[in-house]
Design a protein around this ligand. Structure first.
Ligand code: CTP
Length: 407
């Protein structure tokens, strides 16, 4: 039984595919999972709570309290109890509410309270699925770190043919098993991740910064934590937040602060992923008072910052992994090879600003991975979450090789 001891909240919404949720529930229980079913009011129009309760061996939660015996279904408790929340089928309406935090039923309040990973299996007609509103909601949910189980193509309940069918229950069970298997892979590991830009102060109201949003670093931290690692995320000033329980965020502002924190944390870790866009130069002096518009021009003298990745490369032990990024505009491969060597990295992730959809601010990225043996792996343009998953896969395989060598 591959899911023994796992706690899963199965959310069911009002789609004709709700009947498949019974097979899905059966599959999860057969693998040993303990499943708490939460149904939306309209889901109960498609399949009865009695079926789901009989299959799960637990009362179905649908309202905030049971009218029969006054049982209170705490969305917070369910959200904390779950190792995984799976919403299958998820209608367009539910996706919209999840993306916007509209908590008008127990399922959505549980979703907002969940500390665990959330998997979503959409089910709807093809035109609803491909509507920009729905695609935008799915993108928002992906950016929250939720896993979308893509619907299949085929005959739909409406009689139309296209993309929108909920993935088959047995395939969803396999996805769930894979998710928990993946989780074990970095079970006892600790990773340092840097993310975002740094702000180098000029005076009390001005700084030198860059366009980094932190999305790539936060996505990598999320994937590492989902693979079971303890993650310390040293983050420059960003707009995004993480609710992942496996991540401890240490906010910093300047390259100097980031350098100090990283040197302090790195020796306790099994590796570091250097995703931050660290300023290479900082003002030589900070003006305590706001600089006034007095002269025709203004000279600000800059001095170099410390190369954080380079310094970690110098103190790195044989069983620590160091992964860096190279964002290049020209001579991409030769620059990346040189950085890999200069900073004593084990892997470098190259992204070129010449590739449409790669780089700062956007939700996508296109990468090439280069290892110490100068082996190249090229990847397609993907969402930053998917890119993060590819990078973490490479980290897991690199850790595996290393452990074999050290055995
Ligand atoms: N990096 C770092 N500390 C710095 C500068 C960069 O830790 N002061 C890390 C980045 O997080 C990234 C890698 O080094 O993982 C490469 O960063 P990049 O800015 O591409 O390289 P630089 O060394 O700054 O070289 P250049 O700006 O000349 O391309």
């Amino acid at each position: 039984m591959r899911l023994s001891g796992k706690h899963i909240v199965l959310g069911v919404t009002g789609s004709i595919a709700a009947y498949k949720a019974a097979y899905l529930l059966r599959g999860l229980v057969k693998e040993g999972a303990e499943v708490q079913v939460v149904m939306t009011p309209s889901a109960k129009e498609f399949i009865t709570p009695v079926t789901m309760s009989a299959l799960s061996g637990k009362p179905v939660a649908s309202d905030f309290f049971s009218a029969n015996d006054g049982t209170w279904y705490s969305h917070v408790d369910m959200g904390q109890w779950a190792d995984l929340m799976l919403i299958a089928p998820a209608t367009a309406a539910t996706l919209g509410k999840m993306a916007n935090g509209v908590c008008d039923n127990l399922l959505i309040t549980t979703y907002l309270s969940a500390k665990c990973k959330v998997m979503i299996a959409p089910a709807m007609d093809l035109d609803m699925f491909r509507h920009p509103a729905n695609l935008r909601n799915l993108e928002i949910l992906r950016s929250f770190g939720n896993i979308i189980i893509e619907p299949g193509e085929g005959e739909l309940a409406s009689g139309l043919h296209g993309k929108g069918r909920m993935e088959e229950p047995e395939n969803i069970v396999e996805e769930v098993v894979r998710f928990f298997d993946q989780k074990k892979k970095l079970g006892n590991k600790h990773f340092l991740v840097t993310a975002g830009p740094t702000h180098e102060k000029i005076d009390p109201v001005r700084f030198i910064g860059n366009y980094s949003s932190g999305k790539m670093g936060y996505a990598i931290a999320g994937e590492l934590a989902d693979a079971g690692a303890k993650v310390t995320l040293v983050s420059g000033p960003v707009q995004i937040k993480t609710t992942n329980a496996g991540i401890t965020v240490i906010p910093v502002e300047s390259a100097k602060e980031m350098h100090e924190k990283c040197l302090e944390i790195f020796p306790e870790t099994d590796g570091a992923v250097m995703c931050a866009a660290v300023a290479d130069f900082t003002p030589e002096s900070f003006s305590g008072a706001k600089i006034k518009r007095e002269k025709d021009d203004l000279m600000i003298r800059l001095k170099p910052t410390n190369d954080i990745a380079g310094d970690l490369g110098r103190i790195k032990s044989d069983n620590q992994l160091l992964i860096g990024f190279a964002l290049e505009t020209n001579d991409e491969l030769s620059n990346a090879f040189a950085k890999l060597k200069r900073k004593n990295l084990d892997l470098i992730v190259l992204n070129s600003l010449n590739d449409a959809g790669a780089g700062f601010g956007v939700d996508t990225n296109k990468i090439t991975l280069i290892d110490k043996g100068n082996n190249l792996t090229f990847f397609e343009l993907k969402s930053k979450t998917e890119v993060a998953a590819d990078i973490v896969c490479a980290i897991i395989s690199e850790m595996g090789k290393r452990e074999e060598l050290l055995d």
